[in-house]
Design a protein. Structure first.
Length: 144
């Protein structure tokens, strides 16, 4: 089991060397590496990552971003839940914006701007490059 753990963590984070340390002694980014490696060891094909960089510093945030890119390259599906629009645009292929528990819209990152996504988040309006959901604000009709 240790050899498998070393192999997986080595692929995810080649600089990781603290295999004998308790997880409680690791940094936030290293803890994320261990959690992801554990999921991969159990053959996870999809990961749900809820605010994976929320309590991390810039260096650890970059480390987790690199982990996510490697996982995507390995064909692992990732649901990234984040309030950090920069992380979303750097790491995601597609987005789904929710407001008040309802889907405002979905879009490929390439089809929307950060300002449009912010409008989805704040106003609930769906831009032309996105597919509206049931939570999208309906625009009033100009017909009489």
């Amino acid at each position: 089991m240790e050899a498998q753990a070393r192999d997986v963590i080595g692929r995810l984070n080649p600089h990781f060397q603290r295999f004998k340390d308790p997880v409680s002694a690791l940094s936030g980014g290293q803890r994320q590496s261990v959690a992801i490696a554990r999921a991969i060891l159990f053959d996870a094909r999809i990961l749900v990552m809820d605010e994976p960089t929320a309590a991390l510093g810039p260096q650890e945030t970059a480390q987790v971003g690199e982990l996510i890119r490697k996982l995507k390259a390995d064909g692992i599906g990732i649901f990234l839940i984040s309030h950090d629009i920069h992380d979303v645009f750097d790491l995601a292929d597609r987005i789904c914006v929710m407001k008040n528990g309802r889907v405002v819209g979905t879009a490929r990152i390439a089809d929307v701007t950060k300002d449009e996504v912010l409008s989805m988040i704040i106003l609930g309006s769906c831009p032309p490059g996105a597919t509206p959901g049931p939570g999208a604000v309906k625009k009033p009709s100009l017909r009489a």
